[in-house]
Design a protein around this ligand. Sequence first.
Ligand code: UD1
Length: 418
Amino acid sequence: MDKLIISGNAKLKGSIAVKGSKNSALPLLVSSLLTNKDLILRNLPDLEDINNMQKLLKEYGVSIKNKKNEITLNGKNIFNRVADYDIVRKMRASILILGPLLSKFGEAKISLPGGCAIGTRPIDIHLLGLKQLGAEFQIENGFVIGKVNKHLIGNNVDLPFPSVGATENILMASVLAKGNTKIINSAKEPEIIDLANSLNSMGAKISGAGSKIILIEGVNSLKKTNYQILSDRIVAGTFIIAAVMINKNFKVKKINSHHLDSLIVALEKMGANLKVKKTSVEILPTEKLLGINIKTAPYPGFPTDLQAQIMALMCIVDGDSEIKETIFENRFMHVPELNRLGADIKVKKETAYIKGNRKFKGAQVMASDLRASVSLVLAALCANGKTVINRVYHLDRGYEKIEKTLGKLGPKIKREKI
Ligand code: UD1
């Protein structure tokens, strides 16, 4: 297992060009199961979750060719319908194969998924939606076993909560279903629009993605496409927050800044000096930063995936802040670790109370989930002294070789095997 050693009082210089989004790329890779033709995806990030998804798809018989930032997938020779525990336990997004397999082959068996330990994260909404399209499920020995009589049939699917994964699963399943599907109360995240755009470029008939209602007209088959993956708004947001914390000139490029509106509003309210353009955000030094109260919410609300990072910033500004986490019930595992670095944060139920005016001091800490890990990196960059972050494998799931990416921008950061 690796650890990161980070020297504090770091500077960030220059700019970073953000790569493709992990959360877009995962369902896009899975969509290869729906077609017999080539699916070419550009701007693929080099991440553990992406490697694991490729391993999983290969187990099913998807042929995969990698070329630098580009990948070609072909799902015409699928021979397997069973997803094993070993890969699925590492990544909750594995559940996304359920809808496409049921839709194309009428059967699927998948181990109940794992991923970040940030709550119970059930899959009831996925199953409820797929049942509305005619699938039947049994849970046996830790596996979900799904079956369909002939074809999935289009229907109205009303989601009790706008789950990102469930929307993607149902969307992919309904593309090849017979007739029309209406997903009501669907998630509106940019990654949903990206998936719909890619599927439409393959010949699907989807409208309304990005709004509360998505309409899908079923088609018989999908054709070849070559698609550019959306840039990662969470990685972009993480670097913007890092630069605000370090308070030096820095630019985050190759992004869609509109996807970061809620973060930009929050940072400007805190006093950050940002020059926002359509495809970049420039962070300029500022005199004073203040505490604020925020609440995470489904898009376009403040993303839960940036909650840990903005919390690290809140520790070092003037005045106190509060964060209410409304998406995941157990997403404050970074709090004790940030406190080890000198923060003063208390959690009561779903709200974290963050005391400002703290100065981080280097210490040994433990990474607990993907975004929690990166909040520790941000704190370490601003700390006095050295910080050692243990168990960094979660970080590798969502940030490309962070020691190299950050190392090029100035900070001293190295990886060691334990
Ligand atoms: C996706 C993102 C993740 C992000 C999250 C919320 C990917 C690969 N991951 O995760 O980074 O933090 O959206 O923006 O895109 N829920 C249920 N039943 C279900 C499904 C979800 O109760 O069947 C609950 C979850 O436990 C959670 C909430 O709904 O409390 C949100 O989950 P969801 O939107 O599904 O997140 P993911 O798709 O897992």
